[in-house]
Design a protein around this ligand. Structure first.
Ligand code: ARG
Length: 405
């Protein structure tokens, strides 16, 4: 049995009750750790968090601003990999868990704790990410998952908090499970558990359309890292926040999908990721002019695998490290600018340029400047089709193939 536990603390009802519950039921000391990864626009109320953690019985409460680290060490690699789970979801929650685990482990060492804890249920992906990541970087630490075992309903939790003098703020009925950070926001549960139901407009907060005038947004990249917006150099956190605010104000960046969870459940998910989706669209487009064809194709194959690894809680794995080395090498010439055009409800790439562009006007053009050797094509195309020609002559054309009847 552990003696001292560091809990990933959000300041919400579940993790507040978890503090008290672990003290009372496991006889442990609890250190609460709140990690700022940009949730609620980065406006983490440290004092409120401390007061609540201590009221719940935490012996210490540590608050870490990990936004810069999260952006640099987690979001940027994922952006370079154009990481989209099942081709769509930019891994908002999946990317934040390993950075939180890093700080859980660091804090556990600092406080001489022998376990870490999280407030995830037994049905989701986040428990997988917390636990697998912890085992990968600190196999000696135990992982405690109180919410998975306590069997309390939401009403039970509210009563428990009330009985134990834990201030929980407004107890208005919480319909949705929300997780957010710099890369976007995930909204689950409520009526959206029916995949046919239209998400109520009230669930959106980062993508409410307020802008009415069309505009452009030019993103500048250096070796795959976004560094400027409309020519102005910005630090990563500010850049991501700015892009998210602008793109979101045009109502862009929403996703509504049914995805495959690691634990075998299909779940209906709604996301709003104006920053993540716009930056990936821009980055991917810049690669279209700076990547040689075979590099581009191989990278696209690996991107799928990369996203699956991150989703499945395998951030700290040799394969992710090796893929990152490949991706990093591929970014050497991904330097240049991409123009996004924004109109209410639409965000489209309308231009890209790079000093390293492989786009060659004299090869591509149909006008007088054309330098392409048209005469070379005749022999090339003949040889390209030679195998099929032989096959058609000896074994018949596909139209005449058996079974096509
Ligand atoms: N389905 C997404 C994922 O697995 C979002 C999870 C959101 N987490 C939450 N606790 N609401 O990455």
């Amino acid at each position: 049995m552990p003696k001292r536990v560091v809990l990933a603390y959000s300041g919400g009802l579940d993790t507040s009750v978890a503090v008290r519950w672990m003290i009372d039921n496991l006889g442990v000391e609890v250190v609460a750790l709140a990690v700022n990864v940009g949730q609620d626009g980065g406006t983490l109320d440290e004092d409120a968090i401390r007061i609540r953690a201590e009221a719940a019985g935490a012996t210490d409460c540590v608050v870490v601003d990990a936004r810069e680290e999260f952006a640099r060490d987690f979001l940027v690699p994922a952006l370079k990999a154009n990481a989209l789970y099942e081709g769509r979801y930019p891994l908002v929650s999946a990317l934040s868990r390993p950075v939180i685990v890093k700080h859980l482990v660091r804090t556990a060492r600092e406080f001489g704790a022998d376990a870490v804890a999280h407030g995830c249920t037994g049905k989701g992906n986040d428990q997988v990410r917390f636990e697998v990541s912890t085992r990968a970087i600190a196999p000696d630490l135990e992982v405690v998952a109180p919410v998975r075992s306590w069997g309390l309903t939401r009403e039970d939790c509210i009563l428990y908090a009330y009985d134990h003098g834990i201030p929980i703020g407004a107890t208005k009925e919480k319909v949705y499970s929300i997780d957010d950070n710099l890369w976007g926001r995930a909204i689950e549960c409520g009526e959206m558990e029916d995949p046919w139901t239209v998400p109520p407009s009230t669930v959106w907060s980062l993508t409410r359309q307020t802008a009415t005038e069309a505009r452009d947004l030019v993103i500048g990249f250096e070796r795959g890292v976004p560094v400027t917006v409309d020519g102005e150099a910005l630090g990563l956190v500010e850049l991501i926040t700015t892009v998210g605010a602008v793109v979101g104000s045009y109502g862009c960046g929403r996703l509504d999908m049914v995805e495959n969870r690691r634990v075998g459940i299909k779940s209906r998910e709604t996301y709003e990721c104006p920053s993540g989706l716009a930056l990936i669209a821009a980055h991917r487009d810049l690669e279209s002019i700076t990547h040689e064809r075979d590099l581009a194709r191989e990278k696209q194959r690996l991107e799928i695998r990369y996203a699956e690894l991150v989703y499945d809680g395998l951030w700290f794995s040799p394969l992710r490290q090796a893929l990152d080395a490949f991706v990093e090498e591929s970014q050497r010439f991904v330097t240049g600018e991409v123009r996004l055009h924004l109109e209410p409800g639409s965000c489209q790439v309308t231009g890209r340029r790079s000093d390293y562009s492989l786009y060659d006007y004299s090869l591509a053009t149909y006008d007088a400047a054309d330098a392409f050797r048209h005469e070379d094509s005749a022999g090339f195309v003949r040889l390209w089709g030679l195998g099929l020609e032989t096959w058609a002559a000896r074994q018949g054309s596909p139209a005449a193939a058996p079974g096509d009847g």
